[in-house]
Design a protein around this ligand. Structure first.
Ligand SMILES: C[S@@+](CC[C@H](N)C(=O)[O-])C[C@H]1O[C@@H](n2cnc3c(N)ncnc32)[C@H](O)[C@@H]1O
Length: 263
């Protein structure tokens, strides 16, 4: 058994459950037509791709996942006829032009973001769309009920971003995709809040799992108390800010599409 893989697997199920509906209406509803071919790069445990397949049942859905144990999680649960591939995305060397390429919570794990964007831009046709989704670090608020968790989370995000530019990720992506001939069709900024008991319970589980995942050890009593007190305090809130960007070949900009910001 691989503890880290099991922890990440559970975390990805939670984020898929928390965000898919919002992302579906904010980002997928904007597509010009239902995609017939979808590529999910860094598909993790396949939970998000399974939701995409449910939304577009006749689409050919392909997921590529670098980490073998995580790929196995996806492959073992693949009851929806998704095409799952183990390896880095560059492995898909055939020059397919996908209707939709999705990269969710994966960009900061890429060694070479410029190379990734170039690869993606070379696998599109004129009506393809690319959707990039990630945590919106710039909008993460302080929370005096969660000092230990938030400082750990911030450190983890900082170490992923660390060696990169001072620009925020959405700005980096805009520039990189522009260089590849794509324009931003829409940037959606949204958040999930602990505003119902079920969302609060899901966020609590997410914070517990990610603490164990990031520290590589069981939860200390102090960290467990912080999260338990937060859970049981009806006034204690928490918000996870996200962004989703929708890219298309540049001529779409000239045809009237504008960058839309919604929160
Ligand atoms: C945080 S998970 C996100 C999983 C999924 N996209 C989701 O939103 O639930 C990021 C995944 O990207 C994978 N990954 C990182 N670099 C990759 C690459 N070059 N090719 C394919 N997968 C990659 C990692 O192994 C990891 O499972």
């Amino acid at each position: 058994m691989n503890d880290k893989v099991d922890l990440l697997d559970q975390m990805l199920h939670i984020t898929t459950d928390l965000f898919f509906e919002a992302e579906s209406s904010l980002l997928l509803d904007d597509l010009p037509e239902a995609p017939a071919t979808i590529l999910d790069i860094g598909c993790g445990n396949g939970a998000y791709l399974a939701n995409l397949k449910e939304r577009y049942p006749s689409a050919a859905c392909t997921g590529v996942e670098l980490d073998r144990p995580m790929y196995m999680k996806a492959a073992l649960r693949n009851d929806r006829g998704m095409n799952l591939i183990h390896g880095s995305y560059e492995r898909l060397d055939e020059q397919n032009a996908w209707d939709l390429i999705m990269a969710r919570l994966v960009i900061l794990h890429m060694e070479d973001v410029g190379g990734f964007v170039k690869w993606v831009c070379n696998r599109l046709h004129p009506l393809s769309r690319v959707i990039i989704i990630d945590f919106d670090d710039a909008r993460l608020q302080g929370n005096d009920r969660l000092p230990l968790f938030l400082s750990l989370y911030r450190q983890a995000r900082q170490s992923l971003r660390g060696r990169r530019t001072f620009l925020e990720l959405p700005d980096v992506l805009k520039l990189e995709f522009q260089y590849g001939g794509l324009a931003v069709v829409g940037t959606k900024r949204y958040a999930v809040r602990a505003d119902s008991p079920s969302k609060k319970a899901a966020l609590y589980s997410y914070m517990k799992l990610s603490t164990k995942y990031l520290l590589g050890e069981p939860l200390s009593a102090e960290r467990a108390d912080e999260l338990d007190e937060w859970l049981h305090d009806p006034d204690a809130d928490m918000e996870i800010p996200m962004f989703g960007m929708n890219f298309a070949r540049s001529p779409v900009e000239g045809s009237g599409a504008k960058e839309a910001i919604s929160s």
